[in-house]
Design a protein around this ligand. Structure first.
Ligand SMILES: Cc1cc2nc3c(=O)[nH]c(=O)nc-3n(C[C@H](O)[C@H](O)[C@H](O)COP(=O)(O)O)c2cc1C
Length: 277
């Protein structure tokens, strides 16, 4: 199956953060093997693996003790960067989740939700995972909503696109809790105008984390933004609290082809560096 190719780094990072209760993956990456010998589990909020450069550290060296300022690590930044580079936008997606169970997907999402940072640790991110018929319902809702506003003569292509999303396996809905943002604004008035921005930034970190985590599990995903058009109907359908503001929808499923070409501007135009280590 192409999206579970052994060459993939699937289940590397995510397996390091979570002890899966699902069957062993068919192919163990070196890091998966390492992580199995560690004490990480989902009830232990302290991951045993930290992601820092391993140039000067090794898991067995004295420098990995808790007294060291430098965190121990069993993988290099390159393993993280490889996954980040592998993450792409994929469509169309299939309903084939391979061996990934609902429980495992929910574990991954919950772990990311808990560990992605937020300003002042305000924890404003909220997530809803929709799978199977519930995922399909979302795209029926979106189709119906768009039908009411898209001109009739161009609706066929819109409907085709919605059918494509519906054909995927699931959708992760990303929200921010406006009650939390408001509370932070009241508590730290001097930063009042920053908290809405920081909430969006934290949500974006979560979106990227999960996009990469799904890639690590061999799945494909694409990011959509049918909010605020669908907000009211989504809230009604899944009893979403009024204070949860929808920010994005990450559609995921099995890859059915390669990602499109991607152009990169020269990094020199985007990067500056001063000083030396
Ligand atoms: C903030 C943000 C918003 C995006 N919105 C959409 C969207 O609404 N629909 C969509 O199909 N792709 C969306 N994308 C995906 C981008 O088009 C895509 O990430 C970009 O072209 C780079 O391609 P890659 O994801 O394959 O690296 C969005 C990406 C980001 C980061």
């Amino acid at each position: 199956m192409r999206h579970f190719a052994p060459s993939r780094l699937r289940a590397t990072i995510s397996s390091g953060l979570i002890r899966s209760t699902t069957p062993k993956p068919k192919t163990l990456s070196p890091f998966t093997a390492i992580s199995r010998s560690t004490t990480t589990n989902i009830t232990n909020s302290k991951p045993s693996v930290t992601f820092t450069s391993n140039i000067h550290t090794s898991s067995s060296s004295p420098s990995s003790s808790s007294s060291s300022k430098m965190s121990s690590t069993q993988i290099s930044a390159n393993a993280v960067l490889d996954l980040i580079k592998q993450r792409r936008t994929y469509y169309p997606l299939s309903k084939d989740l391979g061996s990934l169970t609902t429980e495992r997907i929910n574990e991954i999402v919950k772990e990311a939700l808990q560990h992605v940072p937020s300003s002042f640790n305000s924890q404003s991110n909220r997530v809803v995972v929709l799978l199977g018929a519930e995922h399909e319902k979302l795209w029926d809702i979106t189709t119906e909503t768009l039908k009411a506003i898209v001109p009739e003569d161009s609706f066929a292509s819109t409907a085709g696109k919605m059918a494509m999303f519906k054909g995927a396996a699931g959708t992760i809905l990303f929200f921010e809790d406006e009650t939390v943002v408001k509370g932070m604004q009241e508590q730290f008035a001097v930063y009042a105008d920053r908290f809405p921005v920081w909430a969006v930034q934290s949500d974006a970190m979560l979106q990227h984390t999960l996009w990469v985590a799904l890639e690590a599990e061999g799945l494909g995903a694409n990011l959509q933004h049918y909010n605020p058009l669908i907000d009211a109907k989504v809230a009604e359908t899944w009893s979403i609290p009024e204070s949860w503001k929808l920010n994005a929808q990450l559609v995921f499923g099995g890859k059915t082809g390669d990602a499109g070409e991607k152009a990169f501007g020269p990094v020199e135009e985007k990067f500056k560096s001063f000083g030396s280590a």
